[in-house]
Write a new protein. Structure first.
Length: 270
């Protein structure tokens, strides 16, 4: 039944991406993605980048290509501090991020999404230092991605306003980083409205992470089931020459279907 329902949205699923942890793609999710013409945003969280062999990553990439599936990658972010003040923790962070970027020639993704790891309570006390360390972390990674022709998307997470992203983008502008605007994170963590985020990100906006919530917790709810004003958001977006890459970030098939239905009604029809 779910398979049949997904088929109703093929005009959307052939263009957008659905988040999927690598570990689950290798177990219970891969066949569902293949059977239903879904494209994954492959999450590289946890210990996979330490434990999984390059051959296993190559095998998944081979299967996706064989079935004409594009993908995006989501770089790891839990426990990482790309702009951290402890040199050993920063060293390990850089090693793990490098392992993620080493997968670019294997998967040839449409993008790789990255988090800044900025914590206002800690890093605002010496923002210049955070910015310097972050620039040193990201510069070689962005240069490599540029050679692979893969755009790097810096996603908003716990940042309260767009200023942090804009400061880093200015430092790295010669490497052409782009932004991924996450609607759920704007609601749950920011004290700045989505209009300000969209306006700030707009010249460099390359991707969207779409999910909803009640404004208090990052629940990754289906579109239209929380308080985010997606109708106004989509209305503004569709004034652009083309839409950014879209990834749905829900946690169940039912919520993904609800979101696809919402997109079908409120995005495609405009």
């Amino acid at each position: 039944m779910i398979h049949k329902a997904f088929r109703n949205y093929k005009h959307l699923t052939e263009k957008i991406f659905i988040n999927a942890p690598y570990s689950r793609l290798c177990t219970d999710l891969l066949q569902t993605f293949l059977d239903n013409d879904l494209q994954p945003e492959i999450g590289l969280e946890g210990n996979d980048l330490w434990d999984v062999s390059p051959q296993n990553f190559r095998e998944l990439a081979r299967v996706l290509r064989k079935n004409d599936r594009n993908c995006t990658l989501h770089a790891p972010f839990h426990d990482l501090t790309p702009g951290g003040f402890d040199r050993e923790i920063t060293r390990v962070t850089r090693e793990k991020l490098k392992r993620a970027f080493d997968l670019l020639p294997i998967f040839q993704p449409q993008s790789i999404v990255c988090h800044l790891g900025y914590n206002e309570l800690k890093h605002s006390q010496d923002f210049k230092r955070w910015l310097n360390v972050s620039t040193e972390t990201w510069s070689p990674l962005l240069a490599f991605a540029q050679r692979m022709h893969v755009p790097v998307m810096f996603e908003n997470t716990y940042e309260r306003a767009p200023d942090v992203h804009l400061s880093l983008q200015e430092r790295l502008s010669h490497l052409k980083p782009q932004f991924c605007l996450d609607t759920g994170h704007v609601l749950a963590f920011s004290n700045t409205d989505w209009q300000s985020w969209l306006s700030a990100f707009n010249p460099y906006l390359g991707q969207l992470h779409l999910h909803d919530n009640d404004g208090h917790a990052d629940r990754h709810s289906a579109l239209g089931t929380g308080i985010f004003d997606f109708k106004s958001f989509f209305s503004v977006l569709q004034k652009r020459p083309e839409l950014p890459i879209i990834t749905l970030e829900q946690r169940s098939a039912e919520d993904i279907l609800t979101s696809l239905s919402y997109l079908d009604r409120n995005l495609s029809a405009q």
